[in-house]
Design a protein around this ligand. Structure first.
Ligand code: G6P
Length: 367
């Protein structure tokens, strides 16, 4: 089917805006209304027969895997390894028994990811994939392919596919937690109702578009930008930095906040914007002390947090971006939106070709 920009200036803007709709679709598919259990298509998979998971992908899908590691380990107590497909395939790692290998790919055709899947074929107990294109090679060659229901994604920089990948991976982690008896009925229901409410919370986050555009005008003057996050926000910091460099061509890097003192703090001066992704959760106090370390060296902190977090951080921050309140485990899905909007508006301010950034391809089917 023909896809148009539906009144938006770029496909990327349209794809950012339609996330509440496509996420609702993905969630409805796996959690039909009126039913309580997390359903998976096909024959499903029994996580009591699996002792470890290996997650493999490239680019943005790799950051979805890094996020999923936190969920599978915390909720289902299942050990998880995450690897970049091009490293994994040539390292030829040993695959112990009772391992499930899971491949995440929007296109389902990325050459390195497909090769990594083929390497696992006669070694892993189960080959799973999380894909946007159900007819793709990666989907066809998996024992079980879970579609993400994002619809066609045209912008080279992945947006809605990323948040849909995250939603499906979280639901899969909940399924693993249920199979393994690691999660009680009440906790499961809390996650399920938070997931069902997520599209509305995402719509509220999108209302910050104009505030984020204003902040992006400032960011567009920077030569380098540092992103910081802890826990579930660390992979998202990596994704935020990737988005920014892909489309605005501003050099950006991300660190786990706790690593600040082990290197990147040497870069901090009054020219260095530091984007801190930090909802008011258990780790928030630690993020505040990291921000203070940055501000004490005149670094410019752009804090993305909820109302409570922003109030606690005080008015010394350079830019504040307010997000709605959300269940702790859903924060990477929600906070992906400001990360995407920041990159988008910064790129627009710089006048780059947002949907077709130089040197990049939507799908890398050759090595
Ligand atoms: C390319 C795209 C990225 C994408 C990556 C992996 O680099 O520009 O947006 O994340 O490939 O693609 P896949 O289709 O496997 O998710």
């Amino acid at each position: 089917a023909q896809v148009d920009k539906a009144g938006h200036k770029h496909f990327m803007a349209k794809e950012i805006a339609e996330q509440p709709t496509v996420i609702a679709e993905a969630i409805r598919h796996y959690l039909p209304v009126g039913e309580d259990a997390v359903h998976l298509p096909g024959d499903g998979i029994d996580f009591t027969k699996i002792d470890r998971l290996t997650l493999v992908a490239c680019g943005t899908a790799f950051y979805a895997c890094l996020t999923a590691k936190y969920w599978f380990e915390k909720l289902a107590r299942i050990p998880v390894e995450v690897d970049i497909a091009s490293e994994f395939r040539y390292r030829e790692p040993p695959i112990p028994g009772r391992t499930a290998a899971l491949f995440v790919s929007q296109s389902g055709e990325t050459a390195d990811t497909l090769a990594a899947l083929r390497y696992c074929k006669d070694k892993a107990d189960q080959i799973l994939s999380v894909v946007n294109v159900p007819e793709s090679s990666i989907a066809r060659e998996s024992d079980l392919a879970l579609p993400i229901h994002a619809g066609v994604e045209i912008g080279v920089a992945s947006t809605k596919a990323f948040t849909c990948q995250l939603s499906v991976l979280l639901m899969l982690a909940l399924k693993a937690a249920t199979d393994r008896g690691e999660i009680g009925e009440e906790e499961l229901q809390a996650h399920v109702s938070a997931l069902r409410g997520l599209p509305n919370v995402m719509s509220a986050a999108l209302e910050q578009n104009e505030a984020i555009r204003q902040a992006s005008l400032k960011l567009s003057e920077a030569r380098d930008v540092l992103f910081l996050g802890r826990g579930l926000m660390f992979p998202l910091a990596l994704e935020g930095a990737l988005k920014l460099k892909e489309i605005s061509y501003i050099h950006a890097e991300a660190y786990a906040s706790g690593e600040l003192k082990h290197g990147p703090i040497a870069l901090i001066d009054n020219n260095m914007p530091v984007v801190v992704l930090a909802p008011r959760d258990d780790l928030f106090d630690k993020s505040v002390s990291n921000m203070q370390e940055v501000m004490a060296r005149k670094g410019k902190v752009m804090l993305v947090s909820d109302a409570e977090g922003l109030a606690e951080a005080g008015d010394e921050v350079w830019q504040a971006i307010r997000m709605p309140q959300v269940h702790d485990s859903l924060s990477p899905i929600l906070y992906a939106l400001p990360a995407q909007m920041l990159a988008y508006h910064t790129a627009v301010a710089k006048g780059t070709d947002v949907d077709q950034p130089r040197n990049l391809a939507k799908s890398v089917t050759v090595e």
